[in-house]
Each structure stands twice: as C-alpha cells, then as structure tokens.
Ligand binder design. Structure first.
Ligand SMILES: Cc1cc2nc3c(=O)[nH]c(=O)nc-3n(C[C@H](O)[C@H](O)[C@H](O)COP(=O)(O)O)c2cc1C
Length: 400
C-alpha cells in the first residue's frame, strides 16, 4: 500500500534524533500522505517548527497557549481528522507523559485527544531505555494497543554503543503502512463479544460473582473496532470504561447474557465468548436482605445456562470462539470443550499460573482449533493476544 490521501499526525519530542523526524516526514509526504506535525514542549530546542512547517506545508502545532492554532483548539481538530498518529522520536519524558495521561504540551495534549491507531518510536540513551520506569511506561502503552517500534542497537549520540537509537525512518514508515492496512482489514465483519463476570443476586445487597476484569473481551472489542469491524459488546459488570464506537449492552445475570447473546447471534459473523459466566446461581432470590442470625446460612444453587452450548445449537455459519480457564489438563479439557460446544477455536489459559489471566493486562494462552492445530503463544499484552485471535477469525470466518 502507499500512504496516498492518508492523514497522519507526526509527533516530535526533544531527543537528539529529532532531526530524523524531518526525514520521516519527507518519506511520508513523498508517498502521498498529508502530514500534520505536533511538537513537545522542548522539541524546538533541536529542530525549529519552521523546518516541519516547510516540509509538511501546514502550520505546526507546538504551543497549547498563545498561538493562532490554540484559539481554534487545533489539537482536537487534528486528532479528529487523522488516520494515524506516529511519535518519533519519543523521549523518555514523552513516553512517560503519553503512558500516564499528561497533557501539558502540544504533543501530549493531542495524543490524549486522539482515539485512532498510534505508533510510538522511542529513542534515548541505552541506560535510560533499560530503566524499569521507562520499560513500565512502554508496557502500559503496549497494553493499550499502541504499537512500539523498538529502538535499534548501535552507536548512540552520547558516544556509547547500545540499544536506544531511533529505528530507521524507513522501518517506521513500514510500520505506519502495516498499521493502516490493518486498520481496515476487518471492515464488514460483524462481531459479537461477551466479556466480564456475571453477577447472581442472593438478596438485594449480596451476590455471587468472580474476579474476571473483562480486560480480554474489551481488548478484542477495541481492536476489532480499530480494524473496521462492527462490534457489539455484551458485558457483565466491570470497572472498565465503556469503549467508544461500538454497541454496548450491559447485563448482570448469566440468564440476561444468554438472552442478549442469542438475540444478537443470527445477525453476526463471529462470536467471541470471553465472559467468565458463573456456573451456579441461587435457586431463589430473597426479596428482603437476609438477617444475620448467628446460624449458618444454607443457599441452594442451581446451574446457570450454558451460553456457549445454547449458542452452538442455533449457530449457522457463525465462527465461534470460546475461552477455557483451566487449572489442570489444559489442552485436553479445552479440546473436549471445543468438540462438545461445536466451536471453531478455543483459547485456553492456565489460571494456576501466577501473574496472568483474570485481572492482569497480560495473558499467556494456547489457541486450539483441533488436535493438530495447537498454537502456544508467549506471555503477551492482552491487546496483542486480541490481535492474534482476530487474525484467526479473519482467516476462518464465513460471511453471510
Ligand atoms: C543534547 C541533548 C540530547 C538529548 N537526547 C535525548 C534523547 O535522545 N532521548 C531522551 O529521552 N532524552 C534526551 N534528552 C533529554 C530530553 O531533552 C529531556 O528529558 C526533555 O525534558 C524532554 O522533553 P520533551 O518532553 O519535550 O521530549 C536530551 C537532552 C539533550 C540536552
């Protein structure tokens, strides 16, 4: 693909590699992109806004206050119209601000106002890059779906050899193209995702639930939206913000999730059931709060509906993905579930392994489509696991 007619924001921060941003800008303009430059507070110490203005043909957004651009809220306009935002070079300070939601200069303010795909190319001294604070900030950005173009190893401006040199502008352009190609590769796909825990009431103030955070399902929904799919997210109660640009259907009980899922399934091309649906619910819900009497309380629990099984009974062409959280015999249990529920794919994770699964931003999963199709992924941010699952759906879906 070329960058013809693509609107790209190039963010430049105050690193010694800022001069390479001019080369990156020229490469993108030569490919037909319309590039708008935003600069961090100190980037002008290295390259003047005039250089970027001359090369891009647009005024540069470098001051939040005091410029003509600031009065017209230029950062919001630029963010709204752009197909992609690429920050190169990203200094340690810039990475920290982007990861932690600061908005105290033109670039960080624009980054916060931008909802589309973003690429960040860090460049700094090797010790700075290896610092756990920088690595934590980079991990945070990755977990939100930001693509990090890792710096290269070589001679650094400070005179040492190490990892920290800005990736070659040609490599950054390739990443920009890849990200833009991906931005539309699920166009036309109608995807139904369930996420989060379910909540089964015992009385007006108590309920049975589980520690599912919903992060895996929200990551799949968000990534699918960014890749052009029409997404419906059926979510149990979570603390996550409602994602923009998708249809959002909240629910509480497993039976409500079942009704919503079965109602929406016929019009969808694929279903991804990440929700941790509770297996049991109190047989009856007390109307009044149960009083503490000092005696043990005995609750009778009945099984909740099996949403995947019910969905598999009415499925026609839909590509169905289930999740299996297992603490033993991971692959065997997942294969059984795959067959029994007529799934196309099952994503199994070992919930006995520390630091992954339920509440974490990371997951380590095995993707299984049959006995001879078992793919064990390394520990990855949930956004990247989401990308792999969506690639499999794209390859396997039968459009109606
Ligand atoms: C000559 C010089 C070169 C610098 N190069 C880098 C660099 O490559 N990467 C980096 O993270 N910081 C670098 N710094 C430090 C940043 O400029 C400094 O942290 C600044 O506050 C970053 O501002 P920003 O948020 O506008 O990027 C350099 C500083 C100087 C004086």
């Amino acid at each position: 693909m070329t960058l013809k007619d693509k609107k790209i924001v190039l963010g430049v921060s105050a690193g010694i590699a800022a001069y390479k941003a001019a080369e990156l800008l020229r490469l993108m303009v030569r490919e037909g992109a319309d590039v708008f430059v935003a600069m961090s507070a100190n980037a002008g110490q290295f390259v003047t806004p005039l250089t970027f203005q001359a090369l891009s043909g647009h005024p540069v957004y470098s001051e939040v206050f005091g410029s003509a651009a600031s009065a017209s809220m230029e950062h919001i306009r630029a963010a709204e119209g752009a197909d992609l935002l690429v920050v190169a070079p990203a200094t340690a300070n810039c990475v920290a601000k982007l990861a932690n939601g600061h908005a105290d200069d033109a670039l960080s303010t624009l980054f916060l106002a931008f909802a589309g795909p973003a690429i960040v190319a860090p460049a700094m001294n090797d010790k700075m890059y290896a610092n756990p604070a920088v690595q934590e900030n980079i991990a945070k950005l990755k977990s939100r779906g930001v693509r990090i173009v890792e710096p290269e190893t070589g001679e650094l401006a400070c005179g040492v050899v190490g990892m920290g040199r800005l990736a070659d502008p040609l490599r950054i352009v390739e990443e920009v193209k890849k990200r833009l190609a991906r931005a539309a590769d699920l166009a036309g796909l109608r995807l139904l995702v369930t996420a989060g825990p379910t909540r089964e009431p015992i009385d007006p103030v108590r309920y049975i639930t589980n520690p599912s955070s919903g992060k895996m399902g929200y990551a799949i929904a968000g990534q699918a939206r960014d890749r052009g799919a029409m997404v419906t997210l059926i979510s149990g109660p979570t603390y996550l913000p409602k994602p923009d640009g998708i249809e959002f259907l909240p629910c509480q009980k497993a039976s409500e999730m079942l009704d919503l899922t079965l109602a929406r399934l016929p019009e969808c091309d694929a279903l991804v059931m990440t929700a941790a649906v509770g297996d049991f619910a109190p047989e009856s819900v007390r109307k009044e709060k149960i009083k503490k009497s000092g005696e043990p309380l005995v609750l009778k629990l009945s099984p909740t509906p099996d949403i995947l099984l019910e969905a598999s009974k009415i499925k026609t062409r839909q590509y169905m993905v289930g999740f299996a959280a297992e603490s033993q015999n991971l692959v065997q249990s997942a294969l059984e579930k795959l067959r029994k529920k007529r799934l196309d794919l099952i994503v199994a994770n070992d919930i006995s392994a520390p630091g992954i699964g339920f509440q974490s931003d990371y997951n380590q999963v095995t993707i299984i489509a049959g006995e001879s199709d078992i793919e064990r992924l390394p520990l990855l941010p949930k956004t990247e696991v989401a990308g792999v699952i969506l690639d499999r759906i794209k390859a396997g879906v039968r459009k109606g």
